[in-house]
Write a protein that binds this ligand. Structure first.
Ligand code: PLP
Length: 435
């Protein structure tokens, strides 16, 4: 953190953090360093950066100045010791876990996850010998029971997408820590409105594609390390052991002078370096632009979502509404505890007439977009059971909160009257009626 960064409040950091005006050109905005590689100063410099004796620009798969500014800004957002930007949210999740788990290891995960993450854990990780045990995020005893000697992490989402349960981060992190393992949290749906490290999470991942970018224009992901987890308890040889890929370097010892940064350095210099899921500098630039308004967008998303949730809960053509900020939500207490600035942009609701009416509703929307994304400035709607969660069985869909009548909204920052008017006319049309 620079001297200036240390003095600024979060809102100012989201505009200034991570970037100094370019010393050569004076460019005020972080330039897009669209380059694959960089001139070395000398052969000695080249050898040193390859051997990690000093840090420097080598190749954009590993490091890039535009991406570095984005990484620093997300790190400031979450309050960590270091961040790593990658090509997508799913890359971030894969790297975050593969950084500590290998063949024969286990992860314990909440069962209510974004469908792509669930499919990664159920279909892809087992191919590499990593078993993921799923537990109900409301069942603390099931979590305790699922953790065994081979478990390397507890994984969850701050607010489950799309079940919209609020995770009791404090309780879950305490259980993880009692077992000597970290809590890794996906904070994609609530950036800025919650900082999970303050409640005991150890690693945070984001799909930057969503609220961090905000424009729905760019794919990216990021991992942030709190620097608080002790990797030297004997359970994490991939972080604290000798690494044959680096002539036996133990990252914990080697970089101790920089703080507890072995996890995030390993993610970059081992997995990103060798697997290659780097983000494009252009996308990092877009995320930097997005972050400048994050602190204005998030409260407006929350305010609009609460108004839409209240409107839907009184609507005759709606059978149920799920929004953690509503009084009737089983997660209201946890939302008040963890999401005091607003319960997020996501709403789930059941439409009367089931899947058939749901299809008609989606097709009747005019301003609201029908697409498979969340977090844009625009309001978005989708029918998860036939799209984002279609890879799952019906039982798995139900565990994620996906029923055939379920419509998911990501409420945008348009005027709330326009959002409600469009939803209202589409609800009427879903039943063959019009305004
Ligand atoms: N995490 C959550 C909560 C998501 O909703 C998504 C995508 O919808 C992802 C991760 C994956 O992100 P990406 O599409 O950037 O890979």
């Amino acid at each position: 953190m620079s001297k200036m960064d240390a003095q600024l409040k979060l809102e100012s950091l989201m505009i200034h953090g991570g970037h100094e005006p370019d010393p050569t050109t004076g460019a005020r905005v972080t330039p897009i360093y669209q380059t694959a590689s960089y001139n070395f100063k000398s052969t000695e410099h080249a050898a040193n950066v390859f051997a990690l004796k000093e840090f420097g620009n080598t190749y954009t798969r590993l490091v890039n100045p535009t991406t570095a500014a984005f990484e620093k800004r997300v790190n400031l957002l979450e309050g960590g010791v270091g961040a790593l930007a990658v090509s997508s949210g799913l890359s971030a999740i894969s790297i975050a876990l593969m950084n500590i788990a290998r063949n024969g290891d286990e992860i314990v995960s909440m069962d209510n996850l974004y469908g792509g993450t669930y499919a990664l854990f159920r279909n892809i990780f087992p191919r590499m010998g990593i078993t993921v045990k799923f537990v109900d995020s409301d069942d603390i005893q099931a979590l305790r029971d699922a953790i065994g000697p081979k478990t390397k992490a507890v994984y969850g989402e701050t607010v489950g997408n799309p079940k919209l349960n609020v995770l009791d981060i404090k309780k879950v992190s305490e259980i993880a820590h009692k077992n000597g393992i970290p809590l890794i949290l996906d904070n994609t749906v609530t950036p800025y409105i919650i900082r999970p490290f303050e409640y005991g999470a150890d690693i945070v991942v984001h799909s930057a594609t969503k609220f961090i970018g905000g424009h729905g224009s760019s794919l990216g992901g990021v991992i942030v390390d709190s620097g608080r987890f002790d990797w030297t308890n004997g359970k994490f040889p991939l972080i604290a052991g000798e690494d044959p890929a680096f002539h036996g370097k133990d990252f914990v010892k080697e970089f101790a002078h920089l703080g507890n940064v072995a996890y995030i350095l390993k993610a970059r210099f081992s997995l990103l370096r060798q697997m290659g899921q780097c983000v494009s500098p252009f996308n990092s630039f877009m995320f930097l632009q997005g972050m400048e308004t994050l602190h204005l967008r998030m409260p407006r998303h929350c305010e609009n979502a609460l108004a839409v949730a209240k409107f839907l809960s009184k609507h005759k053509l709606v059978s149920w509404v799920n929004y953690p900020g509503l009084l009737q939500s089983p997660y209201k207490k946890l939302a008040d505890k963890y999401l005091s600035q607003g319960a997020g942009a996501m709403i789930g609701f059941g439409i009367k007439g089931g899947a058939k009416a749901g299809k008609k509703f989606i097709e009747s929307l005019q301003m609201v977009s029908h697409l498979a994304n969340i977090g844009d400035t625009m309001t978005l709607a989708i029918h998860p059971s036939t799209t984002t969660h279609s890879q799952l069985t019906e039982k798995e869909q139900r565990a994620c909160g996906v029923t055939p009548d379920f419509i998911r909204l990501s409420v945008g920052i348009e005027h709330v009257d326009d959002i409600m008017a469009d939803i209202n006319q589409a609800l009427l049309k879903s039943q063959g009626r019009s305004l």
